[in-house]
Design a protein around this ligand. Structure first.
Ligand SMILES: C[S@@+](CC[C@H](N)C(=O)[O-])C[C@H]1O[C@@H](n2cnc3c(N)ncnc32)[C@H](O)[C@@H]1O
Length: 267
């Protein structure tokens, strides 16, 4: 009976995802959790049900207005405006572009390439002849970095291509890609030559401290701009920057740019 067969097929099509989901959940919590890829799926599941690893660290940095860091009339260029999870917001991208245009850095460094959206915008807003270096964690290093990265960060590291948004673009020749774990990478060749550093790799406290200290040493004669992403949103960033400002004289000038999760040091 064709009518009855069709109804059975529809019923099977309806229950199939539930059966598959139940099987996957049993696997996930029985043995799947032993692999980092599946632990990231558990975090996503928790988020779906309302769990938030919300910021618990109080913010301490003084707030600075965006117009105080770059004149409001600054002209800048924006590429790849549409953000995906893992990118800076549109407002944050605009703020970074304004700051780069206003400060004209010749040498720029980014911790955490991801899809290269910010890298590309750094490159097109820096003056002619400028160079952007950007470091990313190769996906094979995810389970073996010198300190564990947060399970929610795994999805940004686990990708086929790093810097997809600038590869093949007109700005690609101004960008140098570096690969490695910022916890063990040799940054010595970049000390003392950077004018602008963007810190946006792992947001665990240990990596924030590590990357920030390298960023400071990278500045040319100790002068320039360092910008961090996710202050106030990620506890590791908030705690790390609060402590650096309290305890390290070179970070005393840290501020939090209003309307963003960007922190900035103008040394
Ligand atoms: C949030 S994404 C960066 C987003 C990017 N800066 C942007 O503005 O679109 C974090 C990136 O940092 C990288 N990363 C995480 N831990 C790292 C580490 N220990 N060393 C180097 N890169 C790391 C990840 O592979 C990922 O591509």
């Amino acid at each position: 009976m064709p009518g009855r067969r069709g109804a059975v097929r529809r019923a099977l099509g309806f229950v199939r995802p539930y059966i598959f989901g139940a099987g996957a959940a049993i696997y996930l919590f029985a043995v799947g959790w032993t692999r980092w890829r599946h632990r990231a799926a558990i975090v996503d599941l928790c988020r779906h049900f309302g769990y938030r690893y919300d910021a618990r660290e109080p913010t301490e940095l003084p707030v600075a207005s965006a117009s105080a860091i770059a004149p409001s009339g600054t002209l800048f260029e924006i590429r790849e405006i549409d953000a995906v999870d893992g990118n800076v917001s549109e407002r944050e991208l605009i703020t970074i572009c304004r700051l780069v245009r206003a400060s004209s850095p010749a040498e720029l460094f980014e911790f955490g390439t991801f899809d290269g959206r910010t890298t590309l915008n750094l490159a097109v807003n820096a003056p002619a002849g400028a160079r952007v270096r950007t470091i990313d964690l190769p996906r094979e290093y995810v389970g073996s970095s010198v300190a564990p990265i947060h399970s929610h960060e795994v999805q940004y590291a686990d990708k086929d291509v790093s810097g997809a948004r600038f590869l093949g673009s007109d700005a690609a020749s101004r960008i140098v890609q570096l690969f490695g774990d910022s916890g063990s990478f040799d940054f010595a060749p970049y000390y003392g030559i950077m004018d602008f550093v963007f810190v946006d790799a792992s947001h665990t406290y240990e990596y924030v401290i590590n990357d920030s200290l390298h960023a400071l040493r990278m500045l040319r004669e100790g002068r320039g701009n360092i910008v961090w992403h996710d202050y106030s949103r990620w506890d590791g960033v908030t705690r790390g920057l609060n402590e650096l400002r309290r305890l390290h004289p070179a970070f005393r000038g840290l501020s939090w740019i209003e309307g963003t999760t960007l922190a900035r040091l103008h040394a």
